[in-house]
Design a binder for this molecule. Structure first.
Ligand code: SOE
Length: 379
């Protein structure tokens, strides 16, 4: 039976425009789905580069105004991979035009923006999803299955960190292409909405809701040259953000994200300690899950390093033969696969906009706590 074509209009051709385009290009090769994504049009401000991107990735056409994608009756799905300050306007317009909407994380620059986006997709009744890709690294998905199976028992501790070092130089400007994450007007916040958001999304999925947080942020470099205004301007983002949290299930947590951890480029790790067992995961070794089970026979008890490449591991039967690893880009392909499967079976794949709003409610509470110096409830 022929597959139904699903025409994609992509907004943004940066790092995330590439990961998403790759996901839509590859997904049909490896997953048997009733929908076949078609790279219909790419939108970006620079016409020459948009055309070059279209040629390189196989898009039918390129445009410089996202409104053209929204108005195009041939486009079924708008995927937003442009900077954070564009997410809300595009998502709402796309939903109102009846398009499915996918959006790069974080959903909005604040929970207030995200709430409007949730309202728009729910009112329009259109399929929606946010690209929190790390959920679909097979080792992380396996962690979810083990927790849901009760292997860890009652959970006591959740510990996560995401470390980078790319903004340490005081000579690095803020604003503009590649550097908009340093511009608070565009990004909304610094590492809190960028890196911590990943840690929070995974944590909410694995360990349930967060009730209260106590946060601390710092901006180490107070002023930077602004590429758009040409002036030296105050830096409004947080360079580092740490918080303690209490989960609804009674467990205690610590989270840390920074762009000032010299030597670390993208070290996302988490560890979860339960009554019977613990698990740990590390993005630099993403195909492994560390597992310790206290119920093992004493003389053999110890941390096991599980190589998540076998056919009975999540997603792996769709890839190569057992023992051969996959990588970062596959997490996006898995997300596209689950989104398309959700369209077919009527069970929307998570995180939907509504799920992702929960992450923004936590990041808002962390930033509020950092300002007030007090514990804050998550709204
Ligand atoms: C920031 O450097 C960044 O690219 C994030 O924006 C991504 O979401 C993360 O996965 C890797 O780091």
């Amino acid at each position: 039976m022929g597959k139904k074509k699903l025409n994609v209009g992509m907004v943004g051709y940066g790092f995330m425009g590439r990961t998403h385009s790759n996901a839509f290009s590859q997904v049909g090769h490896f997953f048997d789905l009733p929908f076949q994504p078609v790279l219909k049009a790419i939108c970006a401000r620079n016409a020459d580069r948009a055309r070059a991107f279209a040629d390189q990735w196989g898009y039918d056409s390129s445009v410089t105004d996202w409104r053209n994608l929204v108005a195009d009756k041939d486009i079924d799905l708008i995927d937003i991979a442009s900077p954070n300050d564009t997410h809300m306007e595009i998502a709402i317009a796309a939903a109102q035009a009846g398009k499915m909407v996918m959006c790069e994380k974080p959903l909005g620059r604040s929970a207030a923006e995200s709430k409007k986006m949730v309202a728009a997709v729910e009112q329009a009744g259109v399929a929606n999803m946010v690209w929190y890709n790390y959920r679909r690294v097979p080792a992380v998905t396996l962690a979810k299955l083990l927790i849901d199976d009760g292997k860890l028992g009652k959970i006591f501790h959740y510990r996560a960190k995401f470390l980078q070092d790319w903004t340490i130089s005081k000579d690095l400007p803020q604003g503009g292409e590649g550097l908009w994450r340093l511009d608070v007007g565009v990004a909304g916040s610094g590492v809190t909405g960028d890196l911590l958001a990943h840690c929070i999304d995974t944590a909410l999925w694995l360990n349930g809701g967060i009730d209260r947080v106590s946060g601390m942020t710092e901006t180490f470099i107070k002023e930077r040259h602004h590429n758009v205004t040409g002036k030296t301007e105050k830096v409004g983002i947080d360079d580092a953000s740490l918080f303690l949290a209490r989960f609804s299930n009674g467990s205690l947590a610590s989270f840390e994200a920074t762009r000032y951890a010299r030597g670390h480029k993208a070290l996302y790790t988490f560890e979860i300690n339960g009554e019977h067992a613990s698990i740990a995961w590390d993005l630099h070794d993403l195909h492994r899950l560390q597992y310790f089970d206290h119920r093992d026979e004493g003389r053999q008890r110890g941390w096991r390093s599980l190589h998540i490449t076998d056919g009975d591991h999540p997603y792996m039967s769709s890839w190569w033969v057992p023992g051969l690893q996959i990588g970062y880009e596959h997490s996006f392909i898995h997300q596209a696969a689950d989104f398309l499967a959700g369209l077919a079976n009527g069970m929307p794949a998570a995180p939907t906009f509504k799920d992702a709003l929960q992450t923004d409610l936590v990041t808002d509470a962390v930033l509020k706590s950092a300002r007030t110096g007090r514990w804050e409830d998550v709204a």
